[in-house]
Design a protein around this ligand. Structure first.
Ligand code: IFM
Length: 434
């Protein structure tokens, strides 16, 4: 299938009772988004979802991962549930099921209600309860038809970029800010899972992490140590609390100040699946001046293939992460919930956009999925990022990951070669299945 997120595609930011999220505030702050765009309209998916579902159905998509916007469902973050906001997801889910597409919902893909940010957002530990209430409201309405639910999307990325570097909403910076945002997300993930599990027994519950191999830029002990710390910030800060009930060694003391009795038990709850977003590996060089002074950041070896965003490409890295989950985390059932690449696409011609580099990226990563399965990894499915070109956060609309091209001026959709390629694969798999 394919994956999307609410703020990146829905638009309609003032329709159906929705109130602002931190991304509305951030994207409307001058200088924050590279091309000055925002998510006010994005792909206008809120109004155009029937056509988008139709495109999935025509392509033989079997599953669709989308996210639910907290500011549509509870516009003030806590309190009154907005029935009109949930109506939209009701319509979307019904349409998906009508076309034979399995819906997978993610409860939080970074669009926190601004009203909650005004109360401290992820720095306020009360958010664990606020999130559980919101999760109950969404699952209470949709849980009769949506069975797989993910709690959070990429909490470490949200903590690092939104609360450490400050180049994502809410634009906060510094180590203490990052640490608080990370722990409270972990906690909310646990309280959300437990709340929803109590609501219905027939759901498949999980959460989504961005995972990647982290390599030292050299064998210099300072680089090796920095890479270990960065691995903790990116990967194990999420994996260890969920699967082992502890924080990774480099940060045990840092987090000890925040962790209250019972927190780690609340976070370590069984999941039915782990969603894994995979793009590529990182190389880490010690840099005492950088945020994450405790970690340092970035030094890709010359000659490493990269996407337009400069992200290194390594399909083999996907196998490495999956085998790490197999060996160190009890081989949980995994869905690749995002995988894809940003390239400069040509204009549509004869009803299609030729994107051979993206086709090759997806092909190589699907081959890697097969390899991981052969090596005994519990890989259950694959979602490409993303169904549509969309609002790519701080990069705005200028950076495209879609299988389907979107002309943001006309809202015209044009399939790319990667959509056609993935369609072929999905149809072949469906036909081969008993
Ligand atoms: O667009 C994002 C998505 O929201 C989260 N994972 C990475 C994607 C590409 O940057």
């Amino acid at each position: 299938g394919a994956s999307t997120s609410s703020y990146q595609i829905e638009g309609a930011v003032k329709e159906g009772g929705r109130k602002p999220s931190i991304w509305d505030t951030f994207s409307h702050t001058p200088g924050r988004i590279a091309d000055g765009t925002n998510g006010d309209i994005a792909c206008d998916h809120y109004n155009r979802y029937p056509g988008d579902v139709e495109l999935m159905a025509k392509g033989g998509f079997q599953a669709y991962r989308f996210s639910i916007a907290w500011p549509r469902v509870i516009p003030d973050g806590t309190g009154q549930v907005n029935a009109a906001g949930l109506d939209f997801y009701d319509r979307l889910v019904d349409k998906l099921l009508e076309r034979g597409i399995l819906p997978m919902a993610c409860l939080y893909h970074w669009d926190l209600p601004q009203a909650l940010q005004d109360r401290g957002g992820w720095h306020n530990r009360d958010i664990a309860g606020w999130f559980a209430d919101y999760a109950r409201a969404a699952v209470g309405r949709l849980g009769d038809r949506v069975k797989p639910w993910a709690m959070l999307n990429e909490p470490s990325v949200h903590a690092i970029f939104g609360h450490g570097f400050g180049n994502h909403a809410p634009g906060l910076t510094g180590w203490p800010s990052y640490v608080m945002a990370q722990h409270h997300q972990n906690l909310a993930q646990g309280t959300g899972l437990t709340a929803v599990r109590a609501l219905r027994g027939d759901l498949k519950l999980g959460t989504v992490f961005s995972l990647q191999p982290i390599y030292p830029a050299s064998q210099d002990p300072a680089d090796v140590a920095a890479a270990q710390r960065f691995d903790a910030c990116w990967n194990t800060i999420n994996l260890d609390p969920l699967f082992k009930g502890s924080y990774p060694a480099p940060f045990e003391n840092v987090f000890a100040q925040l962790v209250k009795p019972g927190d780690m038990e609340a976070i370590r709850v069984p999941v039915d699946f782990l969603g894994m977003n995979y793009y590529g590996p990182s190389w880490i060089k010690h840099d005492p001046a950088a945020f994450l002074a405790q970690a340092g950041y970035g030094a890709v070896p010359e000659g490493t293939p990269r996407t337009l965003l400069g992200w290194p490409i390594s399909a083999q890295g996907l196998v490495e992460v999956l085998t790490r989950l197999r060996d160190q985390y009890g081989n949980p059932p995994v869905f690749i919930t995002e995988n894809g690449a940003c390239y400069e696409d040509p204009a549509p011609a004869n009803g299609v956009v030729q994107d051979p580099e993206r086709v090759e990226y997806i092909r190589a990563h699907l081959v890697a999925c097969g390899e991981a399965i052969r090596q005994g990894c519990a890989l259950n499915g694959y979602f490409a990022w993303s169904l549509l070109d969309n609002f790519e956060w701080a990069e705005g609309e200028r950076r495209r990951f879609g299988l389907i091209n979107v002309d943001f001026a006309t809202q015209q959709r044009t399939p790319k070669a990667s959509y056609l390629y993935l369609s072929q694969i999905m149809r072949a798999h469906a036909a081969a299945r008993p």
